[in-house]
Design a protein around this ligand. Sequence first.
Ligand code: AMP
Ligand code: GLY
Length: 425
Amino acid sequence: MKVLVVGGGGREHALIRKIKESPKVTSVACCPGNGGISYDAVCYSVSATDIDGVVSLAKEIKADFVVVAPDDPLALGMVDALNEAGFASFGPVAAAAIIESSKVFSKNLMLKYGIPTAEYKVFSNPDDAVAYIRDKNEFPTVIKADGLALGKGVIIAETLADAEKGIYEIMEDKIFGESGNSVVVEEFLTGPEVSVLAFTDGKCVKPMVSSMDHKRALDGDKGLNTGGMGTVSPNPYYTDKIAEECMEKIFLPTINAMNEEGRTFKGCLYFGLMLTPKGPKVIEYNCRFGDPETQVVLPRLKTDIMDIFYAICNETLSELDIEWSDEACACVVLASGGYPKSYPKGLEITGLEHGQTEGVTVYHAGTALKEGKLVTSGGRVLGVTALGSDLKAALEKAYAAADKIDFENKHFRHDIGKRALEALK
Ligand code: AMP
Ligand code: GLY
């Protein structure tokens, strides 16, 4: 069968590599893909948000299955359109993708169904939001734009002045566009963060192995929030006992709540959790595979991913046993100097052969082919990923390769997995 993957980052590259392991798959196509992905899949220059374009492409190449990976096309209803055109596909319909595309929706859902999350209030007027924060006088406080904002729509304000600046930037200057028509102001929570991606067909939910993201740009969790600078799996803070508690209080209630609302979720539901002193709470939901969580989770998957995708389509996921390897996995993101702000593109990448060591995989996030050479083309450029017998071994392998792959102004964090290793001591 022929599979089409929509998207073009490191997550999509990891999905494609796993899909290619399936004996059922004869070829993989990707749109738009990127320079590195083009070695694994036939890339077509159709934008990931072009719904008509993707449906036409699926028809043209006679795709048997379509995987929609990024948030925007899911929120725009790409899976609805593909289903209507008769294509089997992976990803939630727009009515369910709203769990990520509207923070107001997800916070109200959690409140209504008693799913643990930070206390919050919603505002559509900036003056009211500021007045509320002034009265409450508890800092830090957290401000979130309602809509999609490339993972950058969250402000942790340490002072009233910071909060005020953030609110006016989001709601009046519209730095995130229409996403900032309303904001959620919420309580600041503390504790280790865990990412749990889960397969669900709307009837049952099967969590994947846990992971830990590193969202800030600089070592020691300093600097700006990014899409994610590196990940490890498993996350040692996520014990079996906590996993059980999450299943009972968060995962199943969320699936049931979406069904109750007439918004059955089928696909990969991402639970961004914080393990607070008062128990696990939901920081955010994503309606898709995380990036770069996917890069450390999927290498540990032993079951044929196409079997999982079909079981979700056919609502038979409960009958499938999903197996995982006991190895640990680490991903170090090599980013363009300047990311998440502005950065140059088109810089030649060297040393990629060092990513071809046993157990190491380099997933391409922002690369392009220029005159036969791989060059940088995005903020996050590569995800240098390694499997190991334990986390320490995986990290050593990933960093050894990350050191040898180079481009001008390469930036990466040197402390991916540090907190996880400390937790294991
Ligand atoms: P989000 O885009 O919602 O995942 O938020 C980005 C990051 O901001 C999270 O990974 C957390 O580190 C932090 N964050 C979000 N909400 C809260 C909160 N209520 N309390 C503390 N930190 C938060
Ligand atoms: N790594 C976080 C995300 O995919 O949103």
